[in-house]
Design a protein around this ligand. Structure first.
Ligand SMILES: NC(=O)c1ccc[n+]([C@@H]2O[C@H](COP(=O)([O-])OP(=O)(O)OC[C@H]3O[C@@H](n4cnc5c(N)ncnc54)[C@H](OP(=O)(O)O)[C@@H]3O)[C@@H](O)[C@H]2O)c1
Length: 431
């Protein structure tokens, strides 16, 4: 005999919300078996009631105000798919948790900015707050880190966490085109938002990295600690030169335990072409975790879209139907660790530096002298072709050095008269 169905209230019927309704209907039987009871949407909320969403809303209770779903007496669980770190999404999640009602959300901005308070609110009433869909869409990254790898001390988590950026970088490389050109096309095709800044400036990836870092290192989520750079400054030339050096350029999120604390950063990286993450192309996402007993675990899949994201939300609903509960951040709030965050100035690593310089005697000597003055040693230098009196690219790669030294050297190099454009700097990750 089956128990009573789990009654679900869904706020937001956009890409993910409509996808969830479709998934729960198409796979109702298999889900009921796995959940031990049917999972049925009974109430919904969105702004525009008349909009055709490609799914029938017949027989569902309709709410104008998403926050009112928290008080729906018949719903066992609230699913928040509205989006935004504040506003109705936050109000709904807070109201539901305060009422002791389990919440499922796909909202990385909300979790990254307010996840610590929300976890305390969930703990206070014993309610579940589940968010598998918030990081890397269909990839079960949250479950993998929080549960599957829970026996390990995690050394590092690395991810391709934004499909829009990965799509743009992949196309720039394959089609030898510039950033602005590929972005415009991605917007036309619907792979990039009309306002793409959250994606291409690295903010969305940083939200997700903050969440992964909290889980991996058992510390309170701290978005403000993440160093964030996007992909606007990556040029087709640098992508081609990276290829020649045996690297791919990827926007990575990296959370790493180092001496003295935890470093979290999102920025374009050169990664060895042979590393599995280098071959994750297009809209695909990847999460790589390294644990002391398990070694390296690589997860790859679709990081966005109706189907993959709904797949992750459904997994959370099945857990709730089964009464499987895990603390929001893997351990109780009081058991989280206060390990300090390391600032980017303390980063230690190798660098790719590309300059456009006037081809004339002495210029390279000035550049290398400046690097030497800052204690930076060169690994390689490439100058392709000669064009006396004209601009030529010069590429330098360094041995590991400190970010602060590199920044200081770069300021001086950029000010040299023969250096014609702001230097391009990309960090090399040996991974
Ligand atoms: N799209 C993805 O692939 C993806 C992947 C992972 C995570 N997520 C996350 O999932 C969440 C939803 O994303 P989405 O792509 O499905 O967004 P979306 O397509 O823009 O849908 C948002 C939904 O919320 C409703 N809504 C927006 N503002 C509202 C307000 N002030 N009051 C009431 N309803 C409001 C909209 O109503 P109307 O339809 O009436 O306008 C719409 O149904 C976000 O947190 C996003 O970050 C999305």
């Amino acid at each position: 005999m089956m128990t009573r169905p789990l009654s679900v209230a869904v706020a937001g019927l956009g890409t993910v919300g409509a996808g969830l309704l479709t998934l729960l209907r198409d796979n109702a039987e298999i889900i009921a078996a796995r959940a031990g009871r049917p999972i049925v949407v009974t109430a919904v909320s969105a702004r525009d009631r008349s909009r055709d969403r490609g799914v029938s809303l017949d027989g569902l209770r309709w709410y104008e105000d998403p926050v009112a779903l928290a008080a729906d007496g018949q719903a066992d669980v609230v699913v928040e798919l509205v989006g935004g770190s504040d506003g109705p999404a936050r109000a709904l999640v807070e109201a539901a948790l305060a009422a002791g009602k389990p919440v499922v959300t796909a909202n990385k901005a909300l979790l990254a900015l307010h996840g610590a308070e929300l976890a305390r609110a969930a703990e206070a009433t014993g309610a579940t707050l589940a968010y598998e869909a918030a990081v890397a869409g269909g990839i079960p990254a949250i479950k993998a880190l929080r549960e599957g790898l829970a026996g390990n001390r995690i050394r590092r988590v690395t991810g391709i966490l934004n499909g829009t950026c990965n799509y743009i970088l992949t196309n720039m490389r394959e089609q030898k085109r510039e950033f602005a050109d590929v972005l415009a096309e991605a917007q036309k095709l619907g792979y990039a938002e009309a306002d793409p800044s959250f994606d291409i400036d690295g903010v969305d990836a940083a939200h997700k990295l903050a969440i992964l870092a909290a889980l991996a290192f058992g510390r309170p989520v701290a978005f403000g600690d993440v160093h964030v750079e996007g992909i606007r400054a990556v040029s087709a030339l640098d992508i081609r030169l990276a290829d020649e050096l045996g690297y791919r350029i990827k926007l990575l999120g990296i959370a790493q335990r180092e001496e003295g604390g935890i470093a979290t950063r999102v920025h374009p990286c050169m990664v060895p072409a042979s590393h599995p993450i280098a071959r994750v192309d297009g809209v695909f996402n990847a999460v790589v975790a390294e644990g002391d007993f398990v070694g390296r675990v690589v997860l790859e899949g679709r990081g966005a879209g109706a189907g993959p994201t709904a797949s992750a939300v459904a997994a959370d609903l099945i857990d709730i139907a089964r009464n499987r509960q895990t603390p929001v951040w893997g351990a109780a709030a009081a058991a989280l660790d206060g390990e300090p965050a390391l600032p980017m100035a303390q980063h230690h690593g190798a660098y790719y530096l590309r300059l456009m310089v006037l081809d004339r005697p002495g210029v390279i000597a000035d550049v290398t002298a400046t690097l030497r003055d800052h204690g930076i040693s060169l690994e390689s230098m490439i100058q392709r072709g000669r064009a006396p009196g004209e601009a030529v690219p010069v590429v330098l790669t360094t041995h590991d050095c400190h970010e602060s030294a590199m920044r200081a050297a770069l300021a001086r190099i950029g000010a040299l008269e023969a250096v014609l454009e702001p230097p391009a700097l990309i960090r090399i990750e040996s991974l």
